[in-house]
Design a protein around this ligand. Structure first.
Ligand code: UDP
Length: 301
């Protein structure tokens, strides 16, 4: 079989680099476009140039035509991803996440791709009232990060319907797994707990720890990417989570060790869990890795 060409924006990041690994393993040639603000060279250092071409580029102020010429699949994952910093610098978020997405779409429209996949965010539901939350539930944008990722999604869907592009938007819930950012003020809870466990420090539990999230392992997330490129599905939005809710106290219990309670983060939702009926049915996918297993794997790696 002839190899396929894929372009991944943000391919040096946590999800992106896991996706590069998988695509290479199934015979794709990959071009990574990354500005290396949060992406890391070391996430891709095990690949040869023959399979993975790495381009340092800021997608928000460059013409991308030449990178997309041979593309069969485009995975648009590049974005600024932190909530609190997005309040401080909304312009930067708008440029990266909205203009960046527009640039990707403009270049992708000129070539005959098989599928374009956009990484959207479950933050578009704000503090949801219905659980599990489905794709049809209310959009409630509470910060510039959510706003810019949602405008990106609107653009992706608009291009799909106006220009008949084969676009898909996945609304990510809380993704975790190998290469999750573990050392930042705003890093995700599982990343923080991992570092704290390794350094024999207490686990920083926000508030009373009874809040819940939907944690999806990156391998399951990437299985969905592979299923969707094999499917006929286009012009669709899908939630991508495990469909299960887990409290932060439960996460702390799986890690084991002492807890330290720290002040609540104003404005964050108490609960979040995805309704994943649509994605399960339409692309023949289901999550397989339990949170217990996923954390165990991380602790032993
Ligand atoms: N959280 C926590 N301890 C940490 C980091 C986060 O208890 O060290 C909590 C956070 O307040 C939230 C949940 O874990 O309720 C998930 O936070 P994260 O930043 O991972 O993702 P979010 O769902 O907020 O985007």
């Amino acid at each position: 079989m002839k190899f396929k060409n894929s372009v991944i924006t943000g391919g040096a990041g946590f999800v992106g680099s896991n996706l590069v690994d998988r695509l290479v393993s199934i015979g794709h040639k990959v071009i990574v476009l990354d500005n290396f603000v949060s992406g890391k060279k070391s996430n891709l250092s095990h690949h040869s140039e023959k399979n993975v071409k790495i381009i340092k580029i800021d997608i928000s102020d460059k013409n991308l035509d030449k990178y997309f010429k041979k593309a069969d699949y485009i995975f648009h994952l590049a974005a600024l991803a932190e909530i609190i910093p997005s309040f401080k610098d909304p312009n930067k978020y708008f440029k990266n996440n909205v203009i960046g997405t527009l640039n990707v779409l403009k270049a992708a429209k000129k070539v005959k791709i098989k599928k374009l996949i956009y990484a959207a965010s479950s933050s578009c539901y704000g503090a949801p009232k219905k659980f599990p939350t489905s794709e049809k539930d209310k959009i409630d944008l509470k910060h510039p990060y959510a706003e810019t990722k949602f405008i990106g999604e609107e653009l992706v869907m608009r291009y799909a319907s106006i220009f008949k592009m084969p676009n898909i938007s996945f609304r990510f819930f809380n993704v975790y797994g190998p290469r999750l950012n573990v050392s930042g003020q705003y890093s995700a809870v599982i990343g923080n707990f991992l570092t704290q466990t390794k350094n024999r420090k207490p686990l920083t539990v926000v508030g009373d720890g009874k809040q819940t999230r939907d944690f999806i392992h990156v391998d399951d997330l990437i299985n969905a990417f592979i299923q969707v490129i094999k499917s006929k599905s286009v012009n669709k939005i899908y939630n991508l989570g495990s469909g299960k809710r887990t409290s932060i106290n439960t996460i702390a219990k799986i890690f084991g060790g002492k807890k330290k309670f720290i002040p609540i983060r104003p404005g964050e939702p108490k609960n979040s869990v995805a309704n994943i009926k649509k994605v399960k049915k339409e692309i023949n996918w289901k999550p397989k890795i339990s949170i217990e297993q996923g954390i165990k794997n991380l602790l032993s790696s």
